[in-house]
Design a protein around this ligand. Structure first.
Ligand code: PLP
Length: 380
């Protein structure tokens, strides 16, 4: 089956296509049919069986840890299931615990969630690497890291311009200074192949709800072996290896990342997240990457002809699923797109689209037609 025929079939799994030209998959991914089915089926079991339904859901929890691990070529023992990317980043920050007098290096292309935990909850100074033309240059990053740096935090694919880091280059800088590297992979996993162990990262945070096609309320943190002995910032019964002893006087923490797990997680979400990853595996990351590259490249070439100000880097290696541009009266354009049932995002004075594999060139054309019309009415 060629790609077009395959996409035609796959679109049947996405009821959203009947309602929207949905081009904001890196925000909240629309629920694929198998994900909705898995969650509905769990709810039915819970409705009819109470606790009895939870055994299979706990099994889904273990399998989800394994699947998250496989996605980043790591081991399940290094995976903590969290409620979001934000929770994962906060947990990593609490494990790192930067002290007063130290600094943490972030970038101005980060999302708020990447900078707020350091700004609000920790005493270290926060140093911002300034972007240029929607990119972070390695020499600018290296210039901010010194012997007092407690951590470097980056988005593997940044949420605004869509710039994709070369993780090997970042890792070479953090390694030189023996500084932990925290990678937010929310806009990367599902599309970009990241190996958390080569070169080794310290922490990787992600959510199920974007390119992994799962629900909100589920994310994960990868914690490298060297941080697994850290005292968890909070604990609960699931943190303990001796839970079956029911010994309220003594908590023997798990030796793996389960020590950072507290109480029963969002199991409805876990079941959905697992179904999202199974779907991703069936479709194949390479196919998804190829499709998204085709759609984003086409969109960028046409946007360039229209004459909008594209913030996303052009080179294939420097971007993934996001295309961002600025133009006059962007809020008006966003409203026009929404009126035409085209779903995309607007912030920082521009428009963002993140097409996924199930989108089509025809849908991109539909989007471009509205942009062309808007620019003809509102020239730069
Ligand atoms: C790169 C990145 N990190 C973090 C987040 C926030 O994710 P969560 O709501 O799972 O904390 C987003 C959401 O858009 C994002 O794009």
């Amino acid at each position: 089956m060629n790609d077009e025929a395959r996409v035609k079939e796959l679109r049947k799994l996405f009821p959203v296509v009947k309602h929207w030209t949905y081009l904001y998959n890196g925000s909240i991914h629309p629920c694929p049919r198998p994900v909705g089915d898995a969650m509905r089926s769990f709810l039915k079991k819970w409705q009819n069986g109470g606790e009895d339904a939870f055994f299979s859901a706990f099994d889904a929890f273990s399998r989800l840890r394994e699947k998250f691990a496989r996605l980043i070529h790591a081991n399940a023992r290094n995976i903590v299931i969290t409620e979001s990317t934000t929770a994962a980043i906060n947990l990593a920050a609490q494990i790192i615990r930067p002290r007063r007098g130290q600094n943490v290096v972030v970038t101005d292309l980060d999302f708020m969630t990447n900078t707020y935990p350091w700004l609000v909850c920790h005493p270290a100074k926060v140093r911002f690497v300034k972007s240029r033309d929607g990119k972070i240059f390695m020499k600018d990053l290296a210039a901010q890291v010194n012997q007092r740096t407690a951590a470097v935090g980056i988005c593997a694919v940044t949420v605004g311009s869509g710039f994709r880091f070369d993780l090997k280059e970042v890792q070479a800088i953090t390694r030189r200074h023996h500084v932990p590297l925290l990678v937010d992979a929310a806009q990367a996993l599902g599309l970009v192949d990241i190996n958390a162990t080569d070169p080794p990262l310290d922490f990787l945070a992600c959510t199920a709800s974007k390119w992994l096609m799962g629900p909100t309320g589920v994310g994960f943190l990868y914690v490298a072996d060297r941080h697994l002995e850290a005292t968890p910032p909070s604990v609960g019964w699931l943190s303990a290896a001796n839970v079956s002893d029911w010994d309220v006087r003594r908590c023997r923490l798990h030796k793996d990342a389960m020590r950072f797990q507290g109480g029963i997680p969002n199991l409805v979400g876990v079941v959905g997240a697992l179904a999202g990853l199974e779907l991703l595996e069936q479709i194949g990351r390479k196919f998804i990457e190829r499709r998204v590259r085709q759609l984003t490249t086409y969109a960028m070439e046409e946007l360039q002809k229209i004459g909008v100000d594209i913030w996303t880097p052009r080179a294939d290696a420097e971007r993934a699923g996001i295309v961002f541009f600025r133009c006059p009266k962007h809020a008006e354009l966003h409203a026009k797109l929404k009126a035409a049932k085209i779903y995309c995002g607007t912030f920082q004075g521009g428009i963002r689209i993140d097409p996924n594999f199930y989108n089509t060139i025809e849908e991109i054309e539909k989007f471009l037609a509205v942009v062309r019309f808007h620019l003809a009415e509102n020239p730069r």
